[in-house]
Design a protein around this ligand. Structure first.
Ligand code: 5AD
Ligand code: SF4
Length: 510
C-alpha cells in the first residue's frame, strides 16, 4: 500500500460503543474497519519498496489550530519513543501550540506509550484512569494515545470499552498525520482511531523540538525484522527501513553546527542498517566511518543485535576518536537452549567469539547488555549459564527483566512452569552479579583522569555538576555552572555504587 492509497483508506471515526456491548460485539466491530490495528497484518513482511518523502509540510488549513492552546506529552519507554515525542512536539509547535508541563493547563494531552512489558502497559492504563478527573474539569480537553500500545488490537479494544474519555488513538507509523487526526478529534464527538498496521514510508523533513541542547537523538532506521519470540517490537514498529546515509550525515552535520556535543544514533536493530538498500552496498560500519569525520565530539548508537555485528564495524569503531568505546550488546540469555527458543539466531559460543573479536580490536571497550530471566521453562542450569556468561564477558552494566508474555508473540503461547517467585529470585541473583561487576568497573577508575560531558548541575547546588564519561559512567564533581555543555577532564576520587565522584581539572581543548 503506498502513501496515497493508505491516506484514502485511513481515517475512520469509530462510534464510541455504548456500555452494554459485550467483548464479542467489539471483535465484530473490528472486523469491519481497516484502520484498527491488527498484529497479524503487522507480522507480514512485503517486498514493496520503501518510498522516501522529503516534502512534509503542515497544510495551511491547520496552521492556526493551536493558537492560544497548549499541549502536554507524557513519554513512556525507549529512546525511540522519546525521539518520536520530539517530532510530535515539533508538529504541535508548527500548528501554533505552546508546550506546558502541567496537565491541567493543557488543551491536548498525549500519552506516547510503550508495549514492551506488561508493567509498562499497566502504567499507561493507570494514567488513563487518572486523566478522567482532568477531562471532567475541562471537557474540551483532547486526550490522545499514541506509540506502541496503539498498535495492539487488544489495547484499542480495552480503551474503547473502558476509557471512553479518550478522544484519539494513533500509532507509530502515522505521527506525521497528527494535524489531520487532531482536527478530526476536535470536530468529532466520536473517538478517532487511525492506526496503520503496516509500516509507512520514510518521511524525512518532519519538524523536531529537541529536548536538550547538548545531546541529540538521530534515527538511522525504523522497525525490526528479527522477530525474537518474546518481543512485540516487530509488530508495533513494522519492517526494517533504513534512512538514506546522506540524510543522516546531513542531520548530524547540522546538529554539530548547532553546537550539540553528542549524538545517539537510534534503531531497534542498528546492525541491520542498510540491509534493505537495493541500490547500494552500505552498512553501519560505512555510516560510522563517515560520521567519524564530522566535527562533533561523541557518537554512540543503540541498540545492537549480536547476529549482524560485523567485522567491518568493529574495525571502524576501533579507530576511536568521536566513536565511543562503549557498546550496548543485548545477549538476553547465556543458554543455547533458551537462545534457540528465543529465536535469537546465535549461540553462546558465537556471542563469546564476537566479544573476543571486539575486545581484541578495542581493548578498552565497555560492554553493557540486556538480559531476560524466567523465560518459559528456563531451568536453574540454564540460568546459571547466563550468570556464567555474564562473568566471562565482564559486562559493566545491564538492564535486567523478568520475561513478560506479550499477546500475539510466539512465546505467549508457550507453556511455562517456572513459578513467579523463582523468576523474581533469579532476577535478584542476577542483579547482585550486575551490581558487583558495575562496582568493580567503577573502582578501576579511581585515581584515573576521565573525560566528562557536563550535562547539568544538581537541583540543590549550582556548583555540583554531573555528566557522563565516554563509557557512559555518571560522574559528579564540583565546578562552575559555566562548564555545562563542555567536555572536561576530571580526576576520579571515589567510586560509589553507581557513579563516580571526581575533581575538575580542565576543559578539553578541541
Ligand atoms: N519480556 C521481558 N523483557 C523483554 N524485552 C523485550 N521484550 C520483552 C518481554 N516480552 C527486553 C529485552 C530487550 C529490551 C529492550 O527489553 O531484553 O533487549
Ligand atoms: Fe525485539 Fe530487539 Fe529482537 Fe527486534 S532484535 S525482535 S527489537 S529484542
Amino acid at each position: 500500500m503506498n502513501e496515497e492509497q493508505r491516506l484514502a483508506s485511513a481515517q475512520v471515526n469509530q462510534p464510541k460503543p455504548s456500555n452494554n456491548k459485550t467483548e464479542k460485539d467489539y471483535s465484530k466491530y473490528f472486523e469491519k474497519v481497516f484502520t484498527a490495528p491488527s498484529l497479524k497484518d503487522a507480522k507480514k513482511r512485503g517486498k514493496e519498496e520503501v518510498k522516501y518523502h522529503k516534502d512534509f509540510a503542515v497544510d495551511e488549513q491547520f496552521l492556526k489550530m493551536g493558537e492560544g492552546r497548549k499541549f502536554y506529552i507524557r513519554t513512556y519507554g525507549c529512546q525511540m519513543n522519546e525521539h518520536d515525542t520530539e517530532v510530535m512536539a515539533g508538529i504541535f509547535m508548527q500548528l501554533g501550540y505552546e508546550p506546558t508541563e502541567e496537565i491541567e493547563k493543557a488543551d491536548v494531552v498525549l500519552l506516547n506509550t510503550c508495549a514492551i512489558r506488561e508493567n509498562a502497559e499497566n502504567k499507561v492504563f493507570g494514567e488513563l484512569g487518572f486523566l478522567v478527573k482532568y477531562k471532567r474539569k475541562n471537557p474540551e480537553m483532547i486526550i490522545g494515545v499514541c506509540g506502541c500500545m496503539s498498535q495492539e488490537e487488544s489495547v484499542v479494544n480495552k480503551i474503547l470499552k473502558k476509557y471512553p474519555h479518550v478522544d484519539m488513538i494513533f500509532g507509530t507509523h502515522n505521527i506525521h498525520r497528527l494535524p489531520n487526526i487532531l482536527k478530526e478529534a476536535y470536530m468529532s464527538k466520536e473517538m478517532v482511531i487511525e492506526v496503520w498496521s503496516k509500516e509507512g514510508d520514510v518521511i524525512e523533513n518532519l519538524p523536531k523540538q529537541r529536548l536538550g541542547s547538548i545531546k541529540a537523538w538521530v534515527n538511522i532506521m525504523y522497525g525490526c525484522d528479527k522477530f525474537c519470540t518474546y518481543c512485540i517490537v516487530p509488530y508495533t514498529r513494522g519492517k526494517e527501513r533504513s534512512r538514506r546515509p546522506e540524510e543522516i550525515i546531513a542531520e548530524v552535520r547540522e546538529l554539530a553546527a548547532q553546537g550539540y556535543q553528542e549524538i545517539m544514533l537510534l534503531g531497534q536493530n542498528v546492525n541491520a542498517y542498510g540491509k534493505d538498500f537495493t541500490d547500494i552496498e552500505y552498512r553501519l560500519g560505512d555510516l560510522m566511518d563517515e560520521l567519524s569525520k564530522i566535527d562533533i565530539p561523541r557518537i554512540r548508537f543503540t541498540t545492537s543485535h549480536p547476529r549482524d555485528f560485523d567485522d567491518h564495524l568493529i574495525k571502524v569503531l576501533a579507530k576511536g576518536g568521536n566513536l565511543l568505546e562503549h557498546i550496548h550488546l543485548p545477549v538476553q540469555s547465556g543458554s543455547n537452549e533458551v537462545l534457540k527458543i528465543m529465536a535469537r539466531k546465535y549461540t553462546r559460543e558465537h556471542f563469546l567469539d564476537l566479544v573476543a573479536r571486539i575486545k581484541a580490536a578495542i581493548p578498552d571497550v565497555a560492554l553493557t547488555t540486556d538480559i531476560i530471566v524466567g523465560y518459559p521453562n528456563e531451568t536453574e542450569e540454564q540460568f546459571q549459564e547466563t550468570l556464567d556468561l555474564y562473568r566471562k564477558v565482564g559486562f559493566e552494566m545491564a538492564f535486567t527483566y523478568i520475561y513478560s508474555p506479550r499477546e500475539g508473540t510466539p512465546a505467549a503461547k508457550m507453556v511455562d512452569n517456572v513459578p513467579e517467585d523463582v523468576k523474581k529470585e533469579r532476577l535478584h541473583r542476577l542483579n547482585a552479579v550486575v551490581g558487583e561487576y558495575s562496582k568493580a568497573a567503577l573502582k578501576k577508575l579511581e585515581g584515573e583522569v576521565v573525560e566528562v560531558l557536563v550535562e547539568g548541575s544538581s537541583k540543590k547546588r549550582d556548583d555540583v555538576l554531573a555528566g557522563y564519561t565516554r563509557k557512559n559512567k555518571l560522574v559528579n564533581f564540583e565546578g562552575p555552572v559555566e562548564l555545562v555543555g563542555e567536555i572536561v577532564k576530571v580526576k576520579v576520587l571515589e567510586a560509589k555504587s553507581y557513579s563516580l565522584r571526581g575533581e575538575f581539572l580542565e576543559i578539553v581543548k578541541r
